[in-house]
Write a protein that binds this ligand. Structure first.
Ligand SMILES: Nc1ncnc2c1ncn2[C@@H]1O[C@H](COP(=O)(O)OP(=O)(O)OP(=O)(O)O)[C@@H](O)[C@H]1O
Length: 258
């Protein structure tokens, strides 16, 4: 599902990245439409974070190019925000100031509105140290939202959270994405999370995109047989299991939808 036209369009062509003798990404080609939500999965060390860092402009490609077409015309990095596994809040600033500072303005109202969007409007005056891990990540999300992003790059931001908080955060991210129409790239180890949230799930293997699966399930997604089909399809590919194991689920799914 593409939810709007506000987000950045991304075109990646013949992208390669080497660190010394190690070839991490080879000849990656990828296009993301405005407002699309993609998830990137793959085994540890396959190059997921490297790809995200290149898109964020935090590192440079060895070959090839990344074209970010931000509809606001603000340039490559202007509308891009990155969330990491750790919230990276400034401990000597209040929650509200942590959000406000990211907008490079004195706009307390805008920061307070971003805190409201993540359900933390009551916490603006507190120090980050009194917040739970999930609340800290919600502040980090508010900090990104306050600057009106066109592209949100999420590098395992929910990886350290407990299962219930994780599901709440997934629902929050999906709701904000549906309301605001930015483009999202989510790096995750969790195939279920990828299937729950993304329009497309990309699998990276040996430096290339080995699989690009469109998740054709309605939102909000339930853990029904269609969901399990996509989970199996991707997991079987990651684990190099024979694809026939997913075939009965394909047949069941087709018989539902036709
Ligand atoms: N700055 C760097 N210098 C040298 N090698 C690097 C650098 N950054 C990443 N690498 C190497 O590139 C490869 C891919 O790393 P990357 O962090 O992109 O993997 P990943 O898929 O995100 O892994 P994980 O799921 O474990 O976070 C690894 O072999 C890593 O050692």
């Amino acid at each position: 599902m593409t939810n709007g036209k506000r987000g950045t369009r991304i075109q990646i062509q013949r992208l390669s990245k080497r660190f010394d003798q190690t070839q991490v990404l080879s000849d990656v080609n990828l296009t993301l439409e405005r407002g699309e939500f993609i998830a990137i999965v793959g085994k540890s060390g396959c190059g997921k974070s490297t790809l995200l860092r290149l898109i964020a402009g935090l590192d440079q490609p060895s070959e090839g190019g990344i074209d970010l077409d931000d509809p606001s015309g603000g340039g490559q990095a202007a509308g891009t925000r990155v969330l990491f596994q750790e919230a990276r809040l400034l401990p000597w600033k209040t929650v509200l100031d942590n959000v406000r500072i990211a907008t490079h303005s004195k706009d307390k109202a805008g920061a307070a509105e971003a805190l409201r969007q993540v359900g933390l409007e009551e916490r603006g005056g507190q120090w980050p140290s009194v917040l739970s891990g999930g609340q800290k990540q919600r502040v980090a999300l508010a900090r990104a939202l306050a600057s009106n992003p066109r592209l949100l790059l999420l590098d395992e931001p929910l990886g350290a959270l407990d299962a219930l908080t994780r599901i709440e955060m997934q629902q929050l991210i999906e709701r904000l994405w549906l309301e605001q129409g930015f483009t999202v790239i989510l790096v995750t180890h969790d195939v279920s999370e990828a299937v729950a949230l993304a329009d497309r799930v990309l699998l990276i293997e040996q430096g290339s995109i080995a699989m690009d699966t469109r998740i054709t399930l309605a939102r909000p997604r339930e853990r029904d047989s269609g969901f399990i089909y996509f989970e199996n399809l991707i997991l079987n590919r990651v684990l190099n299991k024979p694809t026939e194991e997913a075939a009965p689920a394909i047949e069941r799914k087709l018989s539902y939808s036709i």
